[in-house]
Design a protein around this ligand. Sequence first.
Ligand SMILES: C[S@@+](CC[C@H](N)C(=O)[O-])C[C@H]1O[C@@H](n2cnc3c(N)ncnc32)[C@H](O)[C@@H]1O
Length: 254
Amino acid sequence: MNILRLRMVWERLAKEDPYWAVLTSPDKAGNRWQLEEFFQTGRDEVDACLNEMKRHRPDVARGAALDFGCGVGRLSQALARHYDRVTGIDVAERMIELANRHKPSDAADRIRYVHNARSDLRVFDDGAFDLVFSLITLQHIPPPLIEGYLGEFARITKLGGLIYFQLPSFAPNATPEVKKWSWYPPTLYTRLKRWTGRWFRRFTGIGDTMHMNTLPEARVRELLRAAGAEVISARQQTEQDGCISVIYLAEREV
Ligand SMILES: C[S@@+](CC[C@H](N)C(=O)[O-])C[C@H]1O[C@@H](n2cnc3c(N)ncnc32)[C@H](O)[C@@H]1O
């Protein structure tokens, strides 16, 4: 799936059921999220993430933060309680519209949202952020694009700044179902299957939806190191059938 199709999928999800597309609790499908409860989940998650960062790096700068894949601003709003300036970026214009609509009035001048349907983050200068942050977003992006974004995360982080993100990896005992999600390393069989699937979806539109992807931890470390960032911690968050959700904290090296 290329960036344009990825955008189409998320524009559609954002139109149909945006809060559920962000947090897919089965009992919240059909626009059943209560907004206060929904945004409270963001505050709770960000507080927990910042506490974890603090344990590793107690004195980090709290200037500019980026929320990559910001959706309707659930985490961006929460980050603005701790950082001077927050930028949220998303591939779907409809998500950005909603994020702007939900911007809290007491932080409106410190949060900005950017629409970016590109496979790079050229919209930002080198070293623009003290923190690059991303939860439950990279897992929905095809690995060739994830690889590019990880390099971009390092480029746009200030020297000594932090990169905190979640991305699934998989264990050697992963079930075939989980391995099927992973594009890495793609065998000839999976390449052929994806190629035929792509054409099928292009003509029918069937199956063009949110996908789960994984990238092995070793590959994540390698890509970040090549871009000038070192992984400080890689915490396994949950495991299901050999698919492991990993929370990474990396530092842009001085
Ligand atoms: C499951 S939602 C999570 C939103 C937000 N991170 C949160 O936890 O509230 C994933 C978001 O990532 C966005 N997204 C997907 N691919 C993206 C890309 N290549 N660049 C930026 N945003 C992307 C989607 O539009 C969607 O808003």
